[in-house]
Design a protein around this ligand. Structure first.
Ligand SMILES: NC(=O)c1ccc[n+]([C@@H]2O[C@H](COP(=O)([O-])OP(=O)(O)OC[C@H]3O[C@@H](n4cnc5c(N)ncnc54)[C@H](O)[C@@H]3O)[C@@H](O)[C@H]2O)c1
Ligand SMILES: [Zn+2]
Length: 263
């Protein structure tokens, strides 16, 4: 199979390219980092790259939290305009299989249980609480301490920053494309991927990035964040397989599945 991997020179994309190669597939890297002309927002370049392609693994995105809303237009441009251009070109070229690099950021917050109110969804943490070292959100109804729970795939989306909003919009665009074309799209909502080649000292990659960089420098590192609601992180080895699996199964045409892997 010939697979176009957008963002194929990035942290995750390069692993996907390796995994495809190991399985005897032909991976085509499409990434501005490698070639300034390989921009997913450029319809002509995307059209050329799709020649002879059977499936697309769409990893290209502007990642991280950025500067609040200051760079919102850049995020929307790379992530959503880029996805729209890619999907339109796929429709035109008859490419019907897509795996999208989704993110658990679309959930916004974890799930919590209050002893009195059961399942609750706390609002954003207050700056004053964080400054005071109170990292765990209280019950929004009674202020009680909460117990963290697992987030199901059917949890409502609640994107709380520009990046998260663009990741959710990518999924909706992919769903619209699947309905219009009869193609299949799967969004894998990764959470804090870590492993070889991960970016160093970046808050985007979560605390695992800081731990790894400290280990590489042979320095211990303590986390200032406490609490029970650890996110589920996955290693490059763990997610390489789920990124690949959707194409090995038969799916109903037009379905837009969301696979959120938890350990
Ligand atoms: N790393 C994580 O923990 C994590 C978690 C959830 C979701 N994701 C998603 O996984 C995907 C890959 O993330 P990553 O951590 O490997 O990031 P990364 O920055 O290492 O890789 C992204 C790649 O996309 C390329 N790119 C950006 N804009 C482009 C454009 N307009 N045209 C072509 N290429 C472009 C970049 O050059 C880069 O190489 C992203 O879609 C991200 O949202 C990552
Ligand atoms: Zn309560």
């Amino acid at each position: 199979m010939r697979v176009l991997v957008t963002g194929g020179a990035g942290f995750i994309g390069s692993q996907v390219v390796t995994a495809l190669g190991e399985r005897g597939h032909d991976a085509v890297v499409f990434d501005v980092r490698q070639d300034p002309g390989a921009d997913v927002r450029d319809p002509a370049a995307v059209r050329r790259a799709l020649t002879g392609v059977d499936a697309v693994c769409h990893q290209a995105a502007m990642v991280g939290l950025g500067n609040g809303v200051a760079d919102a237009a850049e995020y929307v441009s790379h992530n959503d305009l880029g996805t729209a251009v890619l999907l339109a070109a796929m429709a035109e070229a008859g490419v019907r299989r897509l795996v999208l690099a989704g993110s658990m950021v679309v959930y916004g917050e974890g799930r919590y249980d209050c002893p009195r109110h059961g399942d609750v969804r706390p609002g954003p943490r207050a700056v004053a609480d964080l400054d005071a070292g109170r990292f765990e959100p209280p019950c929004p109804l009674c202020g009680a301490d909460l117990l963290p729970g697992l987030v199901g795939e059917d949890a409502p989306a609640d994107p709380r920053n520009v990046y998260a909003t663009t990741k959710l919009a990518q999924e909706h665009l992919a769903a619209a494309w699947a309905r219009c074309t009869g193609g299949s799209a799967v969004s894998l909502r990764y959470h804090n991927v870590y492993g070889p080649g991960m970016p160093r000292d970046t808050p985007y990659a979560g605390v695992a990035s800081f731990f790894r960089s400290a280990l590489a420098r042979a320095r211990p590192r303590a986390s200032s964040r406490t609490g029970g609601s650890g996110g589920t992180s996955c290693t490059s080895g763990t997610w390489r397989r789920p990124t690949w699996l959707p194409w090995k199964r038969r799916r109903p045409r037009g379905a837009h599945g969301v696979q959120h892997r938890q350990r």
